[in-house]
Design a protein around this ligand. Structure first.
Ligand SMILES: [Mg+2]
Length: 346
């Protein structure tokens, strides 16, 4: 049995937790730039049609009383660490999907036991973080994830072994993993609109519609999903980036942003107890072409000034020569655990 845990409206939930005056109000977490999009909307904002990834100006038009709060990435990362510490504390394999979402392999247990284990974890997560979490329980990853999406907020939905196909059948075919909007439209043209329609396709027809993937698609639609929960590897890099409100070609402003990003990355490394030996920058030009440059340091660091100097070096190596920049990001990699100062002093 597999459980999928997902914090409800994560960023908005954190904002409301920390500012009870927001409770019951339509809240959106979004940046303040001209190009800002909604990162998360509270459940009170959703009836107005406010959705994540929606441009903020559209969200405001749809819901004039919308309360917009800025994102606080450092805080979300800290909460995420608490969440994953609890999940890993279950001593079961954990596969993280994002800051607030993970699969946990509950093992070869009876259905009832799986449900109570998942509910225990939800309670622990709420007790530790004050955030409501929804969980889906099923024999496979896709069904577990669809189940948790279907019972939000603050819900548990468990699909008993053998009931997967029945649970999935009425859902739109676009919910099936691997089916994008384009494929969905194509399938609909051929009368395949629900997951159940896929489950009952004749093999010949399935092969025509899905090509080489037909067998897996039909299995998934029937709830046959043998993919295991894959224990995650450790963090390989940490990055931060920003899209400019207006394309930026002034090198001083680019450098000023690198300074802010170096400070943020140094603080994150500090919190994680890590040091980095590689520093890189990513630049997206106004024409959307991307340049990346990186540099390897003589020794691991979490020093803001060293990260900053290395990032400036990378920026200059990118030889932009005044080309307008749409997005600028800094990344640190080759991470090691431990305090670099100690080795230096020693
Ligand atoms: Mg979530």
């Amino acid at each position: 049995m597999i459980a999928h845990f997902d914090v409800d409206a994560f960023y908005a939930n954190v904002a409301i937790r920390d500012n009870p005056a927001l409770r019951g109000k339509p809240v959106a977490v979004a940046g303040s730039s001209r190009r800002a999009v909604v990162l998360t909307a509270s459940y009170e904002a959703r009836p107005y049609g406010v959705r994540s990834a929606m441009p903020l100006y559209k969200a405001r038009a749809a819901c004039p009383q919308l309360v917009v709060v800025p994102p606080e990435m450092q805080k979300y990362r800290a909460v995420s660490r608490e969440i994953f510490a609890i999940l890993r504390g279950t001593d079961r394999p954990v596969e993280g999907l994002s800051l607030d979402e993970a699969f946990v392999d509950l093992g070869d247990v009876a259905f009832d036991q799986a449900c109570s284990a998942a509910n225990d974890v939800r309670r622990q997560l709420f007790a530790a973080t004050g955030l409501t979490v929804s969980a889906g329980v099923a024999s496979g990853k896709m069904t577990a994830k669809i189940a948790s999406d279907s019972c939000k907020p603050d819900g548990l939905l468990a699909v008993a072994p053998g009931d997967e196909g029945h649970f999935l059948a009425p859902l739109p075919v676009g919910r099936l993993w691997g089916i994008g909007p384009k494929m969905q439209r194509r399938l609909e043209v051929f009368g395949v609109t629900t997951i159940g329609d896929v489950a009952t396709l004749e093999p010949v027809r399935a092969r025509e519609l899905f090509g080489l993937w037909w067998h897996e698609a039909c299995d998934l639609a029937r709830g046959i999903d043998p993919r295991p929960v894959e224990q995650e590897r450790e963090t390989k890099s940490i990055s931060t980036e920003e899209t400019f409100e207006f394309d930026e070609s002034d090198e001083r402003r680019l450098i000023a942003l690198l300074r802010v990003q170096a400070r943020e990355l140094a603080a994150t490394l500090q919190e994680e107890g890590m040091a980095a030996q590689t520093v890189g920058v990513k630049i997206k030009r106004a024409d959307f072409s991307v340049v990346a440059r990186q540099t390897h340091l003589a020794e691991p660091t979490r020093d803001e000034r060293r990260i900053f100097r290395a990032a400036v070096h990378c920026l200059r190596r990118a030889a932009l020569e005044g080309a307008p920049v749409r997005l600028l990001g800094t990344r640190v990699a080759s991470l090691t655990l431990g305090d670099p100062l100690q080795t230096t002093l020693f």
